[in-house]
Design a protein around this ligand. Sequence first.
Ligand code: SAH
Ligand code: SF4
Ligand code: F3S
Length: 424
Amino acid sequence: MPSVYFQTFGCQMNIADSDAVHQLLAERGFVLCDSHVDSDLIVVNTCSVREAAEKRAMNKIAEYARRKKNRRHQKLWVIGCMAERLGDGLKERIAGIDTVIGAKQMECIDDIIETQYPRDRSSPAIFRKTAVTDFVPIMRGCDNYCAYCVVPFVRGREQSVPYESIESTVRKKIDSGIKEITFLGQNVNSYNHDGVDFPKLLKRMTRVDGLERIRFTTSHPKDCTNDLIDVMSSSKKIAAHIHLPVQAGSDRILSLMNRKYTSAHYRNLIDTIRAGVPHIDITTDVLVGFPTETDAEFRETLALVRGIRFTAAFMFAYSPREGTAAAAMEEEMAKEEKLARLSELIATQTEITREIYEKSVGSEMDVLITDRQEKRDMAWMGQDAGCKRVLISCENVEAGMILKVRAVRSSGMTLVAERLLNLN
Ligand code: SAH
Ligand code: SF4
Ligand code: F3S
């Protein structure tokens, strides 16, 4: 049987897309290979969000292309966001790439694969995720055009998936053992299809039997409505976690970024969310070193981060992306200055994260067991109803169980817990 090896860069949307391609190849008889050396096909799924992400992908592709010369039958596909941005030009840069499939072509990916590997009706569809948690994209693309961001260019206009199709995907996943779904979109709370908006979708999902936990990402602060907060507070099935990228604390920078909210609006929103869903984990993305950001403006970001106390944050130094509005702005800041701001921010947030985890020690939490950590004394890994990672050593456990546990110790960004009860 032919085999395929996947190398996936970028966000959860790319993971979901790689799974979709994997599924379509499995339907054509492909088996998964855990080494690129022996596989008949290598699929590299790429990200364009920062220059470093593209460089990493480029290096990997070049490495595969180089080795491929000794294995002439092997095919190399480059898919995803960088494939969209650079198109067939990639083949000129790196000899040895066979096929380039851009992110916008994911809609017709079945037809594209069919031209190269026609479906053989007798082949069994064997791809089955053994995990208990999975992603379901509910909308694609982005219309927001934040000044720094390449995503609207490589992913195209916002498009919501019809509700019926989402529900049937979710039901199929539940039948194959999935307990938790994370709904994906660049901006999930602008989901809208035929009058079903995001809060409605969530509400309906809470009634699907067998779906024990619901997560979603990413939410844009400008579209985070009271309806959404109400739905979150109305059901225990919806995780007490929201990822709400703030990007910056200065109103001048937020406006230049085209984020469409002020820091005061963001702070009020956090207060409303916390009032509606007590103990919620709030996480964020922060971008430092946007063109013209002054040291004082960066201090506003630090102050906001200290004031809000996010459970965790993804933090980045601005990287200019060709074609975006910000790329046309003059950049005066030295790279060292950007990186110095980034490390100060990371140090501040890391301390806050540590304190929040430390404070959870002693409390009870409901943990969905996801997998086993073979390296760490065969302990089980899971996640609480928020976003905290929990490690637990006990007998008679399997992935998919929800346990009531008590956190006994914190090791930085993981809690160690003991079991109190089985909940499902
Ligand atoms: N759709 C999501 C996130 C998209 S990209 C949202 O709207 O929040 C994930 C994160 O990468 C962004 O939140 C931003 O913090 C960061 N990012 C995007 N473009 C960037 C750039 N040009 N340089 C550095 N970081 C960037
Ligand atoms: Fe990029 Fe902004 Fe869209 Fe997020 S909302 S994907 S940061 S343009
Ligand atoms: Fe995701 Fe990177 Fe594309 S963050 S949408 S894979 S540019």
